[in-house]
Design a protein around this ligand. Structure first.
Ligand SMILES: NC(=O)c1ccc[n+]([C@@H]2O[C@H](COP(=O)([O-])OP(=O)(O)OC[C@H]3O[C@@H](n4cnc5c(N)ncnc54)[C@H](OP(=O)(O)O)[C@@H]3O)[C@@H](O)[C@H]2O)c1
Length: 225
């Protein structure tokens, strides 16, 4: 049995990850922003639900208190937003920029230091749900400009975490979940949420120290930074 923390589990891939880990017999702690989303997770076997907006500075104290006695083997940051749908070099408004960068980058930067000492204690695994759209090396289109920039920034956050935490025995990975049929991915996406979450769980389970600091597809293949 592993102790798993899923950050951003009210719906979509995060929720399905929480459901699947719990169904597999792991002890799952999950976060939601609204209390109304907690009951469904508990019904699915999630042991603990923390109400927290990960984009608020108060998140660290809330998580610190709620996780006080919880060991962690796996922590997954699934929360994210897609921002404005754009084509070409469509300049975001300042408000759009602040909202998307804040939602997609700040939560990881503020919670990773807290997760670090727990994951170091267990030689655990940290996975950030990134996106292939944030891969600078394979970028061939400019659509979703702001989302791409936010995920590239998140990838830099992950890489720094890997440099710091790899020597302490933590395996840090950025994961692309595929194009998934969720509120974000839409109904025409390639993968069902069950398939994506199951594949991500396989990638995380198979990861060892050689995967620290890598950007991996849901299939396990490496993606260019
Ligand atoms: N779906 C895809 O095709 C796809 C492809 C590549 C990457 N991804 C990435 O995979 C992750 C999950 O995507 P998804 O498709 O499952 O998205 P989704 O269905 O839109 O769900 C997004 C989740 O993030 C949570 N969230 C957003 N901001 C938050 C905050 N400040 N604090 C706490 N929770 C917050 C949402 O909570 P609320 O319900 O409270 O809003 C919700 O649980 C995202 O990081 C996304 O960028 C998705």
């Amino acid at each position: 049995m592993a102790n798993c923390l899923i950050l951003g589990a009210s719906r979509g891939i995060g929720r399905e990850l929480a459901r699947q880990y719990a169904a597999a017999g792991d002890r799952v702690i999950a976060t939601v922003r609204r209390s109304a989303d907690a009951g469904a997770l508990r019904d699915e076997g999630v042991a603990g639900v923390i109400e927290v907006d990960l984009a608020q500075p108060s998140a660290v104290e809330i998580l610190w208190t709620a996780l006080a006695d919880e060991p962690l083997d796996v922590a997954i940051i699934a929360a994210g937003v897609s921002g404005p749908v754009t084509t070409g070099l469509a300049a975001p408004t300042a408000a759009e920029f602040d909202a998307v960068m804040h939602a997609n980058v700040y939560p990881a930067m503020q919670v990773i230091p807290l997760l670090a000492y727990k994951l170091a204690a267990t030689h655990g695994k940290l996975a950030l749900l990134s996106s292939r759209m944030g891969s600078i090396g394979s970028m061939a289109e400019a659509n979703w400009w702001l989302y791409r920039a936010s995920k590239a920034a998140l990838n830099a956050v992950l890489k720094c975490a890997a440099v710091e935490l790899g020597p302490r025995g933590v395996v840090c990975m950025a994961l692309h979940p595929g194009w998934v049929r969720t509120d974000m991915g839409g109904p025409n996406a390639d993968l069902g949420v069950e398939e994506s979450a199951a594949a991500l769980r396989r990638v995380i389970a198979a990861a060892n120290s050689s995967h620290n600091g890598r950007f991996l597809n849901f299939t396990g293949e490496q993606i260019e930074w």
